[in-house]
Design a protein. Structure first.
Length: 96
């Protein structure tokens, strides 16, 4: 009977190590998900600021600069963030 207790305790050690590793992995995943969310919010904020700049330049009559910024914005959204392109505020007001 003592032999089976030793075997059970030896089998329990790898299980507890596995649980500890799984717990550490889950904690690291939560940490990384938090970082992803922080960077997502920062990128959205930066795009909103860029939208403001584009609108300001367009409203100031500097349409060439606004157009260049809008191209940069489209590239950032489609190629870096892998999101669909959205019209910038100056494009929306031109269509109205």
């Amino acid at each position: 009977m003592a032999e089976t207790e030793v075997q059970n305790s030896q089998q329990g050690a790898p299980d507890s190590q596995q649980r500890a590793q799984d717990s550490q992995r889950r904690a690291r995943i939560r940490e990384l998900e938090g970082e992803v969310e922080r960077f997502r919010r920062a990128s959205e904020d930066a795009l909103q600021q860029l939208d403001w700049c584009i609108g300001y330049m367009h409203g100031s009559g500097k349409k060439g600069i606004a157009k260049s910024l809008a191209k940069n914005r489209a590239h950032i959204r489609t190629h870096l963030l892998k999101r669909s392109e959205q019209p910038v505020p100056s494009q929306q007001t031109d269509e109205s």
